[in-house]
Design a binder for this molecule. Structure first.
Ligand SMILES: NC(=O)c1ccc[n+]([C@@H]2O[C@H](COP(=O)([O-])OP(=O)(O)OC[C@H]3O[C@@H](n4cnc5c(N)ncnc54)[C@H](O)[C@@H]3O)[C@@H](O)[C@H]2O)c1
Length: 359
């Protein structure tokens, strides 16, 4: 088990900015990438936070990630946009794709954004949050082109990625519902975090390289590889397939078939559906019923051992408040890997450690 560090969020952001500068990114890109990654840690999703920087550095060194790329519009039919991300930083590509989609949904009432060839889009809930801030309902189906790590329902080896699904529903006068999860029982990054911490996984999440149940996260992190199981048995498996079919085949023109082992880059395809509730004709009814139903559902008396009933998105907001106050926990192995990736990018790891206050 490695030790844990606790890093103040503002200092962590300064340290991560130094590392991202090593990609040769513009100031705007440095801001977008560093802020998104640190925010993922703040929301409690360490799997999609700063710990992914070594992977990005590896992808960049193999020319699988193109800094300073911007979205290109391949097709524009009004309420449908087809965009290419040029294998650029997903934190920039995702933001630009959402800005285009939001503007178009405001104009047309809805917009379908088909985004292909983006490098890793990070925490997908961030894109649903942007749409919700603009008053829009959104759905996001995402595929992952990388090493296969998830087995189909009943299968004994990995055939696709952790294919996340996200949705956002704005709530008048309240924070939105943001549902955002990998369709695997666990996000891949969480197996990496467990492996780095020397922890075992809960039973029933992982199978080993010959399809037997295992609790050892190594089977998802180092060879020989096993597979993570989809969540929710055949139902979660169906949603994972839909993410591949919609986010991959329909939006990106690239789905998983054959194994991408050996490449460090992670490409995401994303089909986003944005809807302006006002444009559907009865904003007042939508807002009234959204609040009435949410209040009704959340009023269910908590079962023993449960402190309160939460709306999706609330745990992330609670974590943000806690970690902004108390600092961001980072295990020493992950921090060591991050400093090593800084060195590979030509950034002095001691300067990074000093900026973070861990020197
Ligand atoms: N870019 C990619 O390729 C990629 C791939 C996989 C996952 N991801 C990201 O990884 C992150 C982590 O995914 P995950 O599957 O580990 O998430 P998770 O299992 O922690 O589930 C998170 C979702 O469940 C909700 N939730 C959690 N506890 C709740 C409670 N008690 N009551 C109500 N709602 C609750 C959260 O608000 C959130 O919407 C996500 O942000 C996802 O987008 C990205």
């Amino acid at each position: 088990m490695s030790g844990m560090l606790t890093i103040d969020a503002t200092r962590l952001l300064s340290a991560v900015r130094l590392i991202v500068a090593g990609f040769g990114s513009s100031d705007d890109e440095i801001d977008a990438v560093a802020t998104h990654l640190v925010d993922a840690n703040l929301t409690g999703h360490d799997s999609h936070g700063i710990g992914i920087l070594p992977r990005y550095a590896g992808a960049y060194q193999e020319s699988g990630l193109n800094p300073n790329a911007h979205v290109r519009t391949l097709l524009d039919t009004g309420a449908m946009l087809r965009l290419d991300g040029g294998a650029g930083f997903g934190q920039v590509i995702g933001r630009e794709a959402m800005a285009l989609g939001i503007a178009r949904a405001r104009q047309c009432g809805c917009c379908i954004v088909a985004l292909g060839n983006s490098h890793h889009l990070g925490r997908i809930g961030a894109w649903a949050e942007l749409a919700a801030e603009a008053g829009l309902v959104s759905l996001h189906f995402v595929n992952v082109i990388s090493r296969c790590i998830v087995a189909p329902f009943g299968g004994s080896d990995a055939r696709f990625g952790t294919n996340p699904f996200a949705a956002g529903v704005p709530m008048p006068g309240r924070p939105p519902m943001i549902l955002d999860f990998a369709t695997s029982l666990l996000a891949q990054g969480k197996t990496r975090v467990a492996h780095n911490k020397g922890e075992l996984l809960e039973p029933g999440i992982l199978i080993d390289d010959i399809g037997r149940p295992t609790r050892d996260p190594r089977y998802s992190v180092i060879e020989p590889f096993g597979a993570i199981l989809p969540f929710g048995a055949h139902k979660g498996y169906g949603l994972a397939m839909l993410c591949e079919l919609l986010g991959g085949a329909l939006a990106a023109g690239l789905a998983q078939h054959g194994d991408d082992t050996g490449q460090r880059r992670v490409l995401n395809g994303m089909l986003s559906v944005l809807v302006d509730p006002a444009a559907l004709g009865d904003r007042a009814a939508f807002e009234r019923e959204v609040l009435a139903f949410t209040d009704w559902a959340l009023a269910s008396p908590p079962r023993e051992g449960v402190d309160k009933i939460r709306l999706a998105g609330e745990p992330e907001r609670e974590s943000r408040v806690r970690r902004l106050r108390d600092g961001v926990p980072v295990d020493a192995t992950t921090w060591g890997q991050i400093l090593e990736s800084a060195r590979q990018l030509g950034v002095d790891p001691r300067a990074v450690a000093r900026a973070a206050g861990t020197a």
